[in-house]
Ligand binder design. Structure first.
Ligand SMILES: [Zn+2]
Ligand SMILES: [Zn+2]
Length: 304
């Protein structure tokens, strides 16, 4: 063991921003991919390209996010993993205020999003250098996950492969779980299409770099229009969790298709490999605006 004091000592823990908790102490739902502090990366990239100021985000109002998260707690959510990191302007102080004020356990994440959002020096740094920084940040900032780690298009760029490799190396040294972002477009037709096996290619890179598949969730698989869930089953067979983590986002793929895919996945015997979440990042979903709230996975999708 490289560390005199390993990040993960005895037995499994959930590393939240405020304290480590035992998984069996959690009474309530765990949402593994939501956004409580975010500025939309594409909006930012476009604004920067055009030389405009980056527009404000609904989550800039931290008091609002405290209240919305508190309401999610009342709806039965015990733990929320925030899927942001510096590429998404995630604010750790804001997340800490939300954790303190809402009573919901918050896990903060580290890593990088996708090619267009990377800092310029990603191109010149090695995977080992990037991994060393990720490990440092995880220790210094009480990060409990690496995610969301994404790709911009259907095929990983060289830099994206390097980031996936770095994240796997950082996981091997810390035990911190990984969750990913795929570019699947659901029922929307794009040219060229995102290959069905894009999620498997992500896993190839992570595994080759030493990731522990038992602590990996491949994300946005529910945005692949795949009634036979061939890709989801192929992933689960290799030991990872499969993220159906954009539930309620009907613009990409209607939830009735997601429900059919979830049932097919469960029928195939992969109950222990299913993770649900909603990738909450839209102000319309706030309870204040008449939406189902941050707990929409359990309050809106769950009852379907
Ligand atoms: Zn994503
Ligand atoms: Zn996300």
């Amino acid at each position: 063991m490289a560390w005199a004091r390993p990040l993960v000592a005895q037995g499994p823990i959930i590393r939240t921003l405020l304290k480590d908790i035992a998984p069996d102490s959690v009474s309530g739902s765990i949402l593994f991919h939501e956004h409580l502090s975010i500025r939309f990366p594409l909006t930012r990239a476009l604004a920067e390209k055009a030389g405009r100021a980056v527009p404000a985000s609904f989550s800039d109002d931290v008091d609002l996010m405290v209240e919305e998260t508190r309401l999610a707690g009342k709806d039965g959510v015990a733990v929320i993993v925030d899927g942001g990191h510096p590429d998404m302007d995630r604010d750790l102080d804001a997340l800490t205020r939300i954790a303190n004020g809402s009573g919901v356990h918050i896990v903060a994440s580290g890593g990088f999003y996708m090619q267009r959002n990377y800092p310029a020096d990603i191109a010149t740094r090695s995977a080992d250098q990037i991994a060393a920084d990720l490990v440092h940040d995880a220790r210094a900032q009480r990060l409990g996950a690496f995610g969301e780690i994404g790709q911009q298009g259907g095929v990983l760029t060289d830099d994206e492969k390097k980031v996936f490799t770095a994240v796997a190396k950082a996981q091997a040294r810390t035990g911190i779980p990984i969750f990913t972002h795929n570019a699947y477009t659901g029922v929307r037709v794009v040219d060229p299409p995102v290959p069905m096996d894009a999620a498997l290619k992500q896993l190839d890179v992570l595994e080759a770099a030493g990731a522990d598949v038992r602590h990996v969730a491949i994300g946005h698989v529910c945005c692949l229009d795949d009634p036979n869930v061939a890709t989801a089953k192929a992933l689960a067979k290799r030991g990872v969790f499969v993220g159906f983590d954009r539930v309620t986002i009907n613009a990409i793929i209607p939830d009735d298709k997601r429900v059919a895919m979830v049932l097919a996945f469960l029928d195939a015997g992969y109950t222990d490999h299913l993770l649900l979440s909603s990738d909450f990042s839209n102000a319309r979903s706030l309870k204040k605006n008449g939406g189902a709230g941050i707990a929409q996975t359990v309050t809106a999708f769950g009852p379907i």
